[in-house]
Design a protein around this ligand. Structure first.
Ligand code: DGL
Length: 282
């Protein structure tokens, strides 16, 4: 890979929900996705472990020429983003639970949030909540166990359904009409969540907003792949179209076959991931 790229990183496969949104908004950008599946989930690990691991991954991405990094992981953001921004000079885009949108949209005045223990118990999340919630009641429910099912590509497992019932039913009884997906893995079980909440509850997924923000940020830093885009527009006389998936590389520290299956079944992409303990470009 010769040109500079955007690094997109999650503790595992969940951040592919963000990668997909980024590719939709920025189809010409080179994207390198790192799934740290060998170490997922991060959500139940210590703060110092997460800080060290996230810093090592971002260092590796930067050393190989990333022009920006997207932390497609709520847990990594909650624990590590502030220090990362002090340490690295490239733009670091982060994701956090879309509470603001849910609060703006709620009619019942009760909003639910599901996410990992690491995210929901973090100081960053508690500060966000205190700043935004106003008169709205926000019910936060840590949901350990879900990421493991998604990482194992066991999306139809009975155990997963049982956990969703256990976590979400109490919030339904208390009248939520918005449910924030505060973990990037959860859009991949949207159907299963929908079966529990029915159609009166809206699911809030910030992936699209993150992709749009990244677009603006790259523009304002002069980092967009504009040369390619404008040259193509000139040549083709129209907005450049995505060239399939040739500009996307997926690297995993976990099982390559599992990641490949997941990409095919859940993302709808035919891609062959490569294995590495830390992100490396082929
Ligand atoms: N996708 C990650 C997130 O958004 C999962 C975190 C974990 O590995 O626990 O929080």
């Amino acid at each position: 890979m010769t040109t500079s790229f955007i690094g997109v990183y999650d503790s595992g496969l969940g951040g592919l929900s963000v990668l997909r949104a980024i590719h939709q908004v920025l189809p010409r950008e080179r994207l390198v996705y790192f799934a740290d599946s060998a170490h997922a989930p991060y959500g139940d690990r210590s703060i110092s472990w997460i800080e060290q691991r996230v810093s090592a991954v971002v260092a590796s991405l930067e050393a190989q020429g990333a022009k920006a990094v997207v932390l497609a992981c709520n847990t990594a953001t909650a624990v590590a983003v502030e220090n990362l921004r002090l340490k690295y000079s490239i733009p670091i885009v982060a994701i956090e639970p879309g509470i603001k949108v849910a609060i703006e949209r709620t009619l019942s005045g009760v909003v639910g949030v599901i996410g990992t223990t690491g995210t929901l118990h973090s100081d960053r999340y508690q500060t966000l909540l205190a700043r935004l919630k106003g008169k709205v009641e926000v019910l936060s429910c840590a949901t350990p166990g879900l990421v493991e099912y998604i990482e194992a590509n066991q999306l139809e497992a009975e155990g997963l359904r049982a956990l969703l019932q256990q976590y979400i039913q109490p919030m339904l009884h208390r009248g939520i009409d918005q449910l924030v997906l505060g973990c990037t893995h959860y859009p991949f079980i949207e159907q299963q969540i929908r079966q529990v909440v029915g159609d009166r509850v809206s699911l809030v997924n910030p992936a699209g907003a993150v992709a749009n923000y990244l677009n603006q940020l790259l523009q304002s830093h002069g980092l967009l792949t504009v040369e390619i885009t404008s040259a193509l527009i000139e040549k083709e006389g129209r907005e450049a179209r995505p060239e399939g998936l040739s500009n996307i590389q997926v690297v995993t520290s976990g099982e390559v076959t599992l990641a490949q299956q997941f990409l095919k079944q859940s993302v709808g992409w035919q891609l062959t991931p490569v294995f590495a303990e830390l992100p490396v470009l082929s």
